[in-house]
Design a protein around this ligand. Structure first.
Ligand code: AHR
Ligand code: AHR
Length: 517
C-alpha cells in the first residue's frame, strides 16, 4: 500500500511539475439574501403571554429585532476570543466571522449569549456532585449546518462537554410554570446521562426529586423510555427521565430521530407535557400531556432555576448531542403558541445541504473529487489498483483509462441514510468508499449496517469555503481528508497525526468536478 501511494505521489509530483492544470473551481451559487425575520420564536411566546426568559442559539436571532452577539469562540493559537453575531438584525449568524477567526487553528464555544436581555448566558459548566469539572467546551466547527442557505454551526456536545448558568434571572423556581423548546440533531445522541437543556439545580448537585425540569434527548433507559429503540424526548425531573405519567415505559412517547428535531417540554402545577416534531417541516405532536408522574417527589415541583446544556443536574456528563437553538419561558405556553413557534422553526430553513443547493450531489451522477489545498489542486480522490487504499493523485487528459476510472465515482443515495451519499467506484460495481480505523478504503459492500454507516457521508459546504466537505454519518465530527496524499476520516485537531489542525479545512474541502471517466 505504501508503494502504491508512493508511486502515485511521485507521479503526481511529476505531473504537477510538467503540466499546468487549471484549477476547476466549482462556483458556489450565491446564498439567498439574509432577510430580517419579521418575528422570532420569542416574539411568538411574548404575544402568547409566556415570554422568553432565556433564548440561546448559535444559528439565528430568536427575536425579530435582536442584533447582538449569538455566541463567543476562543481560538487555540493565542487564546483570544471573538463574539459571533448576525448578518442582519433578526437574521442569521455570520459564520464567516468564525471561519476567518479560527482559520488555521481550532476554536471552542466559550459563551452562548442569552438574547432575552436577562443575561442568562451559558458558559463552561463547573464541577458537580456526579463529575468533576470544569466541563469541556464544544468544538466550534464540529456541528456544521445551513440555515436558509447560510452556513452556521451548532453546539456539538461530545461526552464531557457542558454549559451552565447557576445565577439566572427570571427562570421558573418552585412549582412555577415554564415552557422550553430546543432544536437538536436527532441523529446525534447516546445512552449516557444526560443530554439536557433546561432548568436544574443552582448547586450542581442532585438535591432531590423535582429539583429539575429540563428537556432530555437520547436513548438511556435507566429511568424512563418510550416506544421503539429511541432516541426519545423526555423530561429530566431529577432522579428520573420521564416519558409520561409512569416511571418507566410510556409507549405514547415515540422514537424520534429527525436530522433536525424540535423537542418541547413544559410544566406547571400538577401539569406537564412533552411535544416534538420535525424541525424542517410539519407540526409538533403531543407525546404526553397530563398530571405529574405517579412517583413521589414531583408534585409540587421544586425547580431551582439554573440552566444546563449537555449535562445532567448533578453535572453527569456522559451524554452526547447537538444543540442549535432553544428557549425557556415564564408561564405555561399554550399548544397554539408552541405550534406557531414550530412554524417559525420550519420556516427558518435548517438543512444539511445534502441533495440541495450548491453542495448537493445528485444520486446517479458521476463525479471526480478534486482536492482544494494549494499543494494539490490537480489531484483527485482515487483508489489504488494494487490494494484497497484510497489516495489523492494527479489525473490529466493524458492519464490512462484505468487511472481516470480509478478517480471516478458514481454518487449513490447514502447506504445508511438516503439524505446523504455513498460513492461507488466507477470501475468496481458494488464497491464503495468506506472508512475503517479512520482510513478510507474501497471495499465491496458486505451488506452489514456497519459497512453502510462507514460508507455514508453527508455533504456540507466546504470547510474552507470552496466546494463541499464530506462528513461521516457515524462520526459526525470527522470528515474525508487527505494527509500525505492518503485519504482518511479526520477530526479538526484530533489525536491522530492525520487530524492535524494545519490545513484541516483545506484538506477536507473538495470540488465535485466533472467525471474523468
Ligand atoms: O434525572 C436524571 C439525572 O439523575 C439527573 O440529570 C442527574 O442530576 C441525576 O444523576
Ligand atoms: O473507521 C472507524 C471505524 O473503524 C469504523 O466505523 C469501523 O468499521 C472500524 O472499526
Amino acid at each position: 500500500m505504501i508503494i502504491g501511494s508512493w508511486i502515485r505521489s511521485a507521479r503526481r509530483a511529476l505531473l504537477a511539475a510538467a503540466t499546468a492544470v487549471a484549477c476547476v473551481g466549482l462556483a458556489l451559487a450565491a446564498a439567498p439574501a439574509s432577510h430580517a425575520a419579521t418575528q422570532g420564536p420569542c416574539d411568538i411566546y411574548q404575544s402568547g403571554g409566556t415570554p422568553c426568559v432565556a433564548a440561546h442559539s448559535t444559528t439565528r436571532a430568536l427575536y425579530g429585532t435582536y442584533n447582538g452577539p449569538l455566541y463567543q469562540v476562543r481560538r487555540a493559537s493565542d487564546n483570544t476570543t471573538k463574539d459571533i453575531g448576525l448578518l442582519s438584525a433578526g437574521g442569521y449568524v455570520n459564520a464567516a466571522a468564525q471561519d476567518s477567526f479560527c482559520s488555521g487553528t481550532t476554536c471552542v464555544i466559550t459563551v452562548i449569549y442569552d438574547q432575552s436581555g436577562r443575561g442568562n448566558n451559558l458558559t463552561q459548566a463547573p464541577a458537580g456532585g456526579a463529575a468533576g469539572g470544569p466541563d469541556n467546551l464544544a468544538n466550534a466547527t464540529a456541528a456544521p449546518t445551513t440555515i436558509n442557505g447560510h452556513k452556521a454551526y451548532g453546539v456539538f456536545v461530545a461526552p464531557g462537554t457542558g454549559y451552565r448558568n447557576d445565577h439566572t434571572s427570571g427562570i421558573a423556581t418552585g412549582d412555577a410554570a415554564q415552557g422550553m423548546y430546543a432544536v437538536l440533531d436527532g441523529t446525534h445522541y447516546n445512552g449516557g446521562c444526560c443530554f439536557d437543556y433546561g432548568n436544574a439545580e443552582t448547586s450542581n448537585n442532585d438535591t432531590g426529586n423535582g429539583h429539575m425540569e429540563a428537556i432530555y434527548f437520547g436513548n438511556i433507559k435507566v429511568w424512563g423510555y418510550g416506544s421503539g429503540n429511541g432516541p426519545w424526548i423526555m423530561a429530566d425531573l431529577e432522579n428520573g427521565l420521564f416519558s409520561g405519567v409512569n416511571q418507566h415505559l410510556n409507549s405514547g412517547d415515540p422514537t424520534i430521530n429527525y436530522r433536525y428535531t424540535t423537542a418541547m417540554v413544559k410544566g406547571g402545577p400538577n401539569q406537564w407535557a412533552i411535544r416534538g416534531g420535525n424541525a424542517q417541516s410539519g407540526g409538533v405532536s403531543t407525546f404526553y400531556s397530563g398530571v405529574r408522574p405517579n412517583v413521589s417527589g414531583y408534585n409540587p415541583m421544586h425547580k431551582e432555576g439554573a440552566i444546563i446544556l449537555g449535562i445532567g443536574g448533578d453535572n453527569s456528563k456522559g451524554s452526547a448531542g447537538t444543540f442549535y437553538e432553544g428557549v425557556m419561558t415564564s408561564g405555561y405556553p399554550s399548544d397554539a403558541t408552541e405550534n406557531s413557534v414550530q412554524a417559525n422553526i420550519t420556516a427558518a430553513g435548517y438543512a444539511n445541504s445534502s441533495g440541495s443547493g450548491s453542495t448537493g450531489l445528485t444520486p446517479g451522477s458521476r463525479i471526480s473529487l478534486q482536492a482544494t489545498t494549494s499543494c494539490c489542486t490537480s489531484d483527485y480522490i482515487q483508489h489504488d489498483a494494487s490494494d484497497d487504499n484510497v489516495v489523492i493523485a494527479g489525473v490529466t487528459s493524458s492519464s490512462s483509462a484505468t487511472d481516470k476510472a480509478d478517480a471516478t465515482w458514481v454518487v449513490q443515495p447514502g447506504l445508511s441514510n438516503s439524505s446523504c451519499v455513498s460513492f461507488q467506484a466507477a470501475n468496481a460495481t458494488g464497491s464503495y468508499l468506506r472508512h475503517y480505523n479512520f482510513q478510507l478504503h474501497l471495499q465491496p459492500n458486505d451488506g452489514t449496517s456497519q459497512f453502510a454507516q462507514d460508507a455514508t457521508f453527508c455533504t456540507q459546504p466546504g470547510n474552507n469555503g470552496q466546494g463541499l466537505s464530506l462528513q461521516s454519518v457515524n462520526y459526525t465530527d470527522k470528515y474525508i481528508r487527505h494527509y500525505n496524499f492518503t485519504v482518511y476520516l479526520a477530526s479538526d485537531g484530533g489525536s491522530n497525526a492525520f487530524d492535524s489542525a494545519t490545513s484541516w479545512s483545506d484538506d477536507t474541502s473538495w470540488v465535485a468536478a466533472g467525471p474523468w471517466s
